[in-house]
Design a binder for this molecule. Structure first.
Ligand code: GLT
Ligand code: MN
Ligand code: MN
Length: 427
């Protein structure tokens, strides 16, 4: 309970924790610590930061379409132990990350029991659960949106079983990532049907969750392509619009992933702003990605540090209280040690950027520039806040100095430069 957090604003002098135990009568009793070391130990991930990893993320064995696995599989119990030691809050899972698709009921129960014991031993949580509706050949042409009614029904059955498992492990968020829900061939005539099928499945599963008293909130994760040529609901905006066609839209929100909007060349920070504005940011998949490439799932902040900063700023400034899930994996080049460096790096980068956000918000020069940029005019804002005939008449009567408006510089070059200087550590 009494754990210090950054928002308590406790600070230390480098000379205080760096005290080497010298006194007038005796020599130092401790080695000197470099300022860098002292800084570094500040960014230690703790469970209250709500960092999570998928079992499939640190468990990624480095297989790709062109090459065999480069790492051995890690057991879920071992993953819990390692992530707990690194300060993570919990893990998320697909049904088959834990229970093989062909496990007998007795095998399932034994596996779940052992996993629950490891959860209790490590204090780790399972805040989010989802279903693997993409790995098995049965789902090669889609799951909920498959043109084959038997496969659609099987997908719903599998999702119900997976929700039972998630609920048993304490999950409150259920993610829908429709990796196979798409097409290469649209001549099959499934595009319009697919939307209706998806709606039917989501309505069904929301009812199931309510009926069982599971209380799940559902988070749809959009992706433009891969593994399908085109995936339905390719971006945040598409999923958001679809939510309002469902029977219980209040139960549905989004699980956007950095890499997915970025693959499509879109601005992820803008997508997140739209999700926040709609009250629909239920969960987030943090990672990194180069534009226009295959889904790289890079370590958070590995590629575009400015975007990562602006993302953390948006989450921190708006008080995002959900899980910060790293849906990324270590490079295929890495051995197991590299996997844990990768996991640590994701969390540390987030914490470092959260500190940079504080520095940015406390920077007087930057704040003055922002004030200049966000020019206020209370009189005009009163006229535009809400339509009324008198406001409209007054607005029409107002005369604007168009030339002056066009001539005024907003100061964005300097704002951006100072942002970079904060990030480069010189402010
Ligand atoms: C898969 C995918 C991710 C999804 C996961 C949830 S599985 O790794 O690439 O983006 O979030 O189903
Ligand atoms: Mn991804
Ligand atoms: Mn994801």
């Amino acid at each position: 309970m009494y754990e210090p957090k950054p928002e308590h604003h406790f600070t230390f002098g480098l000379w205080t924790v760096g005290n080497i135990g010298r006194d007038p009568f005796g020599n130092p009793t401790r080695a000197a610590l470099s300022p860098e070391y002292i800084q570094v130990s500040m960014y230690e991930p703790k469970p209250e930061h709500h960092f999570t990893f998928g079992l499939w993320t640190v468990g990624n064995i480095g297989r790709d379409p062109f090459g065999n696995p480069t790492r051995a599989a890690l057991s879920p119990e071992y993953i819990l132990e390692k992530l707990a030691a690194l300060g993570a809050y919990g893990v998320n899972l697909h049904d088959n990350d834990l229970v093989p698709i062909d496990a007998t009921p007795a095998e399932r129960d034994r596996i779940v029991l052992s996993f629950k014991k490891a959860l209790a031993d490590t204090g780790m949580k399972v805040p989010m659960a989802t279903t693997n509706l993409f790995g098995d050949p049965a789902f090669k042409d889609g799951a909920f949106t498959n043109a084959n009614a038997q496969i659609r029904a099987y997908a719903i059955q599998k999702a119900m079983n997976s929700m039972d498992l998630g609920a048993e492990l304490g999950a409150k968020t259920y993610v829908f990532w429709g990796g196979r829900e798409g097409a290469e061939v649209d001549a099959g005539g499934n595009t319009l049907n697919a939307l209706a099928y998806m709606r039917e499945a989501m309505n069904y599963l929301a009812e199931y969750s309510e009926d069982q008293g599971y209380g799940f909130k559902f988070a749809i994760e959009p992706k433009p392509n891969e593994p399908r040529g085109d995936i339905y609901f390719p971006v945040v905006g598409a999923a958001l619009a679809f939510i309002y066609t469902l029977e219980k839209p209040h139960l549905f929100g989004l699980n956007p992933e950095v890499a997915h909007e970025t693959m499509a060349g879109l601005n992820f920070v803008h997508a997140i702003a739209q999700a926040i504005d709609a009250g629909k940011l239920f969960h987030i998949d943090l990672n990194d990605q180069k534009m226009g490439r295959f889904d790289q799932d890079l370590r958070f902040g590995a590629e575009n540090i400015k975007q990562a900063f602006l993302l953390v700023k948006l989450l921190e400034d708006t008080g995002y209280a959900g899980m910060k899930h790293f849906d990324a994996h270590a490079l295929r080049t890495e051995d197991e040690a590299g996997v844990w460096e990768f996991a640590k790096g994701c969390m540390r980068t987030y914490l470092i950027l959260a500190e940079k956000v504080k520095a940015f918000n406390a920077d007087k020069e930057i704040q003055a520039l922002l004030e200049h940029y966000h020019l206020k005019d209370p009189n005009l804002s009163n006229l535009t806040a809400k339509y009324s005939p008198s406001n409209a008449a007054a607005l029409k009567a107002h005369s604007f100095d168009r030339a002056a408006l066009g001539a005024r510089g907003p100061g964005l070059e300097l704002i951006d430069q100072l942002t970079m200087e904060v990030l480069m550590g010189v402010r």
